[in-house]
Design a protein around this ligand. Sequence first.
Ligand code: PLP
Length: 445
Amino acid sequence: IERPAPALGGTAASRELFARAKGSLAGGISSSSRLTSTGPHPYPLYMSSGSGARIRDVDGNEYIDYLISYGSAILGHAHPSLTAGLTEVLTRGTMFGTCNVPEVELAELITDMVPCAELVRFANSGSEAVQGAVRAARGHTGRTKILKFEGHYHGWSDTLAVSNRPDETEAGPYGAPRAVPHSPGIPAGVVDDVVVCPWNDPEALHAVLDAHRGEFAAVICEPIVANNACVMPLPGYLERLREAATAHGAVLIFDEVCTGFRTGPGGAQSLFGVRPDIAVYSKALGGGLPIAAFAGVREVMETLASGRVKHGGTYNASPLCATSALITLTALADPAVTRRIEEAGLRIAEAIRRAAHDHRIPCAVQGVGAMFQAVFTPDGAPVHRYRDTFRIHRRRYNTLRHELLRRGVHCNAYGLACWFVPAVVTGDELAQTCEAIDGAFAAMD
Ligand code: PLP
């Protein structure tokens, strides 16, 4: 707890709800990341409604929202097209456990928008879709090991919840990081199949690939590392990665759960002009409802098409969620919409840089307009890989978030994650955000 002061008004109702929740919900929460113990209060805020770029908590405080459910509600909360379209589905039946029309239309739209998407499969969450992509890669190659990068996050499931955020004492040597399970309960046998590599370092990549020649089914990465300070790929790095994966016969998987349909209609692979073999989507895809996808080149996805490799899910592409995704992607297919998001984000990022400069607080803003993070390194220099984040001044970010909440701006509680910009944020809301940012930096020590 940084300071006792609450958000705009009081937050007593949130405090009481958390105390009550602990009686029946394990830890009072439904996802480990919701325990925002680094925030201004020793309890999470309970949100009750949202409209456009704004959300309201149970105490009636209103915030301009740059979490937007981790980027999912990209069109804003309670968007009229989504409300109308989903209401219609609600009256017709939400789910039949059968094939349906919206899933076909949605898959066609994704194959139009995404360069690598020749065939698509749907799932319900990013973690599940990552599982599907890894299964397809293993089925296609007949190999088992996966190369992942330190600090990259690919969901909570056993397969890849490895070295997400190891601390300095457990991370091992830089060039050969230890594969550190993210949680007790992940079997050592599963961790043994994951080889960890530092990001943005071509030499380290080649060393790891050479040491395991012929063993990797897949190389997986977040092309923009949304879960590690929004680190950008260094120029040429993704191209090297593409070449190296091909040379070693490994399937290249881009986890575009955060970047997909947010950084432009074709996501990060279009932004950087590098085509993976499979890309994974969720968050912005569903516009706020739970749906995910993995989409890839025919040669790899054929293992599923032939029925040889299995993938299932009762809820996969239900008419309700597929319709939500269809409405959302139809809006995002218009490059003007993602350009608007990008421009809004650049304005906020610039306001952070200016405030940091004016108030003499070393800070780098990294990422792109649509998703970015403020990192408080001692010299204000950006970070390029996971271990650089050990020197980030975490308390400063907590203070920034706290001071912003007090000024009606809501952003990610976790300082190594990122801000997500909604498509509907207005000029007035942007001006209010920039003013809040200046006030927050002025209040920082
Ligand atoms: N991959 C990335 C890049 C993510 O950011 C996340 C979630 O934050 C996931 C995978 C897992 O998605 P989900 O939480 O929907 O399982």
